[in-house]
Design a protein around this ligand. Structure first.
Ligand code: KIV
Length: 265
């Protein structure tokens, strides 16, 4: 399999071929993920919960993200690697540039992901004008858990839906080259995906985004606090990790995941 880059993902969107993405935090799973033909890996700050056992992603440090990104990159041969900018590491454009510099230079990431809409637009522009590829993240933003009060679907009312649509366009205008859309109604996700030229990757956002991402441990059914409603346990069907990862990649490509039971309306 050839190395996946942002050009590969842009072509996939243009051709209507679905993008399979998953989180990874270490070398061994990275090899298994790539053997399954998964296109892109997110070194998500979800590691704060699934690896470190915190109640939220907030305690994750830049050092943690650099460490896990480097673990993944060392083993990787084919996937595009996106690393999360953790909570309080991108408060100003200058701080964000320092964080992104570490994730790319020390960690080896190919792109960084930032949660947030309009308030992050200047930061995204600052990064993208300095050769830092950026993925936006809208909808449910886990770093805002204490403002939200709970991990729940976003964009259900017309005002919120319009804000998400506007934020998505503003991030693209600022130079973002990819967008993750988490836990939004499927119709809204489809509208955002159609409106944007950049690939839109959904999690709990229905089947009509350009691709899907899941937290690795969730789709293997090995969770601390239960499996979210938008996740399928692929290990239960496949019986082994390699089979589960291949089944996930295939289900994304064939649009058989997510199904109606995983979708918010
Ligand atoms: O941190 C993470 O794993 C994420 C995904 C849930 C999209 O941001």
């Amino acid at each position: 399999m050839a190395k996946c880059t942002i050009s590969t993902l842009n072509r996939m969107k243009a051709d209507g071929r679905k993008i399979a993405m998953i989180t990874s935090y270490d070398a061994t799973f990275t090899r298994q993920i790539e053997a399954a033909g998964i296109d892109a890996i997110l070194v998500g700050d979800s590691l704060g919960m699934v690896v470190q056992g915190h109640e939220s992603t907030l305690p994750v440090t830049v050092g943690d993200m650099v460490y896990h990104t480097a673990n993944v990159v060392r083993a990787s041969r084919t996937a595009m690697i996106i690393a999360d900018m953790p909570f309080m590491s991108h408060g100003t454009p200058e701080q964000a540039l320092d964080t992104a510099g570490r994730l790319m230079k020390e960690g080896g990431a190919h792109m960084v992901k930032i949660e947030g809409g309009a308030p992050q637009v200047d930061t995204v522009r600052h990064l993208t004008e300095r050769a830092v590829p950026v993925c936006g993240h809208l909808g449910l933003m886990p770093q805002s858990i204490h403002q939200l009060g709970a991990y729940r679907v976003q964009g259900r009312d017309a005002h919120d839906a319009e804000r998400i649509l506007n934020d998505a366009a503003a991030l693209q205008d600022a130079g973002a080259q990819m967008l993750v859309l988490e836990c939004v109604p499927a119709l809204l996700a489809a509208e955002v995906t159609q409106a944007l030229e950049i690939p839109v990757i959904g999690i709990g956002a229905g089947v009509d985004t350009d691709g899907q991402v899941l937290v690795l441990y969730d789709m293997l059914g090995i969770t601390l606090d239960g499996t979210p409603s938008f996740v399928h346990d692929f290990l239960a069907d496949a019986g082994n990790v390699a089979g589960a990862l291949s089944a996930y990649a295939e289900a994304v490509r064939q649009k058989t995941f997510p199904t109606e039971e995983h979708v918010f309306r």
